[in-house]
Ligand binder design. Structure first.
Ligand code: TTP
Ligand code: MG
Ligand code: MG
Length: 428
């Protein structure tokens, strides 16, 4: 990790000047923010995440808020979207109920989210990232992976320098700060960007990956949320070091495909490429009825079957989608599409179906329909789909059941298993 190794040359993150070994402050501008790392110029996979994104934008737009604890939240769900770092010192966190946040930090200024504004800023930042490399993979409104391999000739500087310059540019031109992680793979780049927030820049090199991971809790691993961590803990696994000592077969047997992921990531092995948004924009399935339908139960059964088809296509295409789109055509050929963006990408029939049901609820008002379709857009990296900890326990259980069903279907064929919703549909 950086910060250490004063014996190395480095550069200043503020004025970008090269630094001789041994100095603790920049020889040119006096900044203590020197970046040194033995693999500094060998690493090219970056993760950039904005600091306290919504809150930083509101502070930018109202300088009176600069030194005040600020919470963005409230709105319909009554939870904290994010809090500035001043409010975080008092214990305020994302997803906390508002009343709790205000107990912890009674003097906080509270602002309702202004999504349009945040989306606009997110897009500006993304466009600037795309000037660094075409290989930008957005993960959410305020973060992305960048594969900077092969960009040195273009920028006349190695990725570390380019990224420091980029962070400074965002501060200057957008007026908020970001944190950067640099490594040789996505997993560790993402971990790194979180290490020194806010205004951080951390490097995790190949040589230190195993040691770095050893003492960390299993929740550091992508996709290991609270629920799964509790399962692991019950099995005596709390740190990544324990995973490093386990056999691959053992982990596979215990935890299925997740076990394999644990095995590999625990060893700092992550070969997933940085994948810019895929060319296909959506995955969907639809059906036209023999006779127009209006009864909600009949529509529901179709929706379930179609959701499963979509999930299967996502699974086979190695994809996931973050926006669920419901399509209906009325008996008089009027098209209705309704969509909802999810918290995280999904590839599960259950989640697609339930979201589709919510959307259908408002449309199934006795209108006669001749067609129903369901699909997902905003296609995303499937490894980010359906994190177990962000959903209720019931959904996690259904997700596990769905994965088990998928394995059986792969083995015995599609018709081998039906859910209550679709059972007998073809026979009626
Ligand atoms: P994050 O990048 O997770 O958080 P952040 O940018 O606010 O803070 P950090 O410095 O730790 O990166 O999320 C980006 C935005 O997404 C955040 O500003 C608000 C929104 N968000 C929610 O609305 N609810 C949530 O539970 C989380 C985690 C984020
Ligand atoms: Mg952020
Ligand atoms: Mg983020």
């Amino acid at each position: 990790m950086n910060g250490a190794a004063p014996s190395l040359t480095g550069f200043c993150r503020d004025c970008l000047c090269e630094q001789r070994p041994g100095l603790s402050r920049c020889a040119a501008c006096g900044s203590p923010r020197l970046l040194r790392h033995p693999e500094r110029d060998l690493l090219a996979i970056a993760h950039i995440d904005c600091d306290a994104f919504y809150a930083s934008i509101e502070k930018r737009d109202n300088p009176e808020l600069a030194d005040k604890p600020l919470i963005i939240g409230g709105g319909k769900r009554g939870v904290v979207s994010t809090a500035c770092y001043i409010a975080r010192i008092q214990g305020v966190r994302s997803a906390m109920p508002m009343f709790k946040a205000l107990e912890a930090c009674p003097h906080a200024v509270v602002i309702k989210p202004n999504m349009e504004k945040y989306v606009r800023v997110g897009r500006q930042i993304r466009a600037m990232m795309q000037e660094l490399t075409p290989l930008v993979q957005p993960l959410s409104i305020d973060e992305a992976f960048l594969d900077m391999n092969g960009t040195e000739a273009l920028h006349r500087a190695p990725p570390a320098q380019v990224l420091a310059r980029f962070a400074a540019r965002i501060e200057r031109e957008i007026g908020i700060t970001v944190s950067v992680g640099l490594s040789y793979c996505k997993f560790l780049a993402k971990v790194a960007s979180d290490l020194q927030k806010p205004r951080g820049f951390s490097i995790i090199g190949r040589a230190e990956a195993l040691d770095f991971l050893r003492e960390r809790p299993v929740t550091t691993i992508w996709g290991v949320g609270k629920a799964f961590a509790a399962t692991l803990e019950a099995d005596g696994i709390r740190t990544i070091g324990t995973l490093q000592e386990m056999e691959e077969n053992d982990l596979l047997r215990r935890y299925g495909s997740m076990g394999q992921r644990l095995y590999r990531l625990a060893r700092g092995i992550d070969e997933r490429p940085v994948a810019p948004e895929s060319i296909a924009k959506s995955v969907s399935a639809e059906t036209t009825f023999h006779d127009d339908l209006s009864r909600p139960e009949a529509l529901t059964a179709h929706l379930r079957a179609l959701s499963e088809k979509v999930a299967e296509r996502l699974r086979h295409g190695g994809q996931a989608g973050q926006t669920v789109v419901l399509k209906l055509k009325t008996a008089d050929f009027k098209l209705r599409t309704r969509n909802r963006r999810l918290e995280n990408p999904t590839r599960l029939a259950d989640r697609i179906f339930r979201t589709g049901m919510d959307l259908l609820d408002r449309e199934a008002d006795g209108t006669r329909f001749r067609l129903i379709g369901i699909g997902v857009s905003d296609l995303a990296d499937p490894t980010l789909a359906d994190p177990p900890d962000l959903v209720d326990v019931g959904a996690t259980r259904r997700a596990t059941a769905e994965e088990a069903m998928n394995r059986l279907r792969d083995k015995f064929g599609r018709g081998s298993i039906e859910t209550g919703y679709t059972f007998g549909r073809d026979r009626r």
